[in-house]
Design a protein around this ligand. Structure first.
Ligand SMILES: Nc1ncnc2c1ncn2[C@@H]1O[C@H](COP(=O)(O)OP(=O)(O)OP(=O)(O)O)[C@@H](O)[C@H]1O
Ligand code: SF4
Ligand SMILES: [Mg+2]
Length: 323
């Protein structure tokens, strides 16, 4: 078995809110091998961004890790000092953020922002630094890169800002790239080009990718493995082809049925009957129970664990769909 690049074990993250403690992630397990591309899918509010931000060691001030461990490139992330975690970010792990405009500094040129990262993590200075900035903008296929390096984010289109984010994220050849909804909000042609770009750069550099999306079909098309999240639980993990053709968890099946018919209309969000549970209230062991037609008393009796059902395929359900 390949040694993990990333291993998330039993991770629970709680938030202090005005209405009480929200148990946003509960006993999450996930692993990625070096160079592997894994899709993390789930509807809005399922905890995908909270998990990915935890992987960067960047959490909101009201967040608390209630349990668990994150091992990244051999380092026990949650035990590191903030200074050492900051060194890991950019060098070992980086992220293309969901809100790319918000993630770029509006009052610095894109060239200066790239130079900051390269100075800090790659130790580049002077002409080699300037050359590398242009080279990176070229890699992400920004036309006229020398001129665009002088531009501020507001002077660039959404697609171009997203390319700058990608350039920032890959600038130090991280071992793991987290791409959080990297194409949502872009037009269809740009979406495909941006996906090709991320996965192409990752392949060239042997970078593992955690690709976060609402769209199970898109994840299945682009990733080797998929993890499905619902209300802070990972409910099914398996080979993309298995989850796409024969989902076993009732939530995965609903997510798939809600996927837009056209695999390219990926801005659309899945709509699944029922709501996510209120995470500040007492919760049933299966957080999907309130929306599940297969629920039985057994579902409410015992805690659920993600258990293997086939090689590399696990799920957390007492009454899975037939294989
Ligand atoms: N700082 C915070 N304080 C309290 N609750 C939070 C905080 N940040 C996130 N949450 C809650 O955590 C849950 C998961 O949020 P998250 O942003 O991870 O969802 P998501 O799966 O990324 O959704 P989307 O697909 O819309 O991006 C939501 O219920 C959200 O309200
Ligand atoms: S454990 Fe029970 S309630 Fe939960 S998804 Fe499976 S069948 Fe449905
Ligand atoms: Mg999100």
């Amino acid at each position: 078995m390949t040694a993990s690049l990333l291993s998330v074990e039993n991770l629970s993250v709680h938030f202090a809110t005005r209405r009480g403690t929200a148990q946003v992630l509960d006993a999450v397990n996930l692993s990625l091998a070096p160079g592997e591309t894994v899709g993390l899918v789930g509807e809005s509010g399922s905890g995908k961004t909270v998990l990915s931000v935890a992987l960067l060691g960047l959490m909101a001030p009201n967040a608390r890790v209630a349990s668990g461990r994150i091992t990244l490139a051999g380092a026990d992330l949650l035990a590191l000092s903030e200074r050492r975690r900051a060194r890991l970010r950019g060098r070992d792990v980086s992220m293309v953020f969901q809100n790319y405009r918000g993630a770029l500094n509006p009052i610095r040129t894109v060239g200066d922002q790239l130079a900051d990262v390269l100075r800090r993590h790659a130790g580049l200075r002077g002409q080699p630094l300037r050359d590398r900035v242009i080279e990176l903008l070229q890699h992400v296929r920004i036309p006229d890169p020398a001129r665009r390096a002088q531009a501020y984010p507001f002077e660039l289109s959404g697609g171009m800002c997203q390319r700058v984010m990608i350039a920032l994220a890959v600038s130090c050849r991280p071992k793991l790239l987290i791409a959080d909804e990297p194409v949502t909000g872009l037009d269809v042609t740009t979406q495909a080009a941006v996906m090709d770009l991320i996965l192409g750069l990752a392949r060239d550099h042997g970078t593992a990718v955690l690709f976060i999306t609402h769209d199970l079909a898109l994840a299945a098309e682009r990733c080797a493995r998929i993890a499905v999240m619902h209300a802070g639980h990972v409910v099914e993990v398996g080979p993309a082809s298995a989850l796409f053709t024969c989902p076993r968890h009732p939530y995965t099946a609903k997510l798939l049925a809600a996927t837009p018919a056209s695999q390219h209309s990926i801005a659309a969000m899945p709509v699944i009957a029922g709501n996510l549970p209120d995470l500040t209230r007492p919760l049933t062991p299966c957080r999907f129970a309130g929306r599940c037609e297969r629920r039985s008393p057994a579902c409410d009796a015992a805690p659920l664990v993600l258990a293997p059902v086939a090689p590399s395929h696990s799920l957390a359900c007492h009454h899975p769909l037939p294989s």
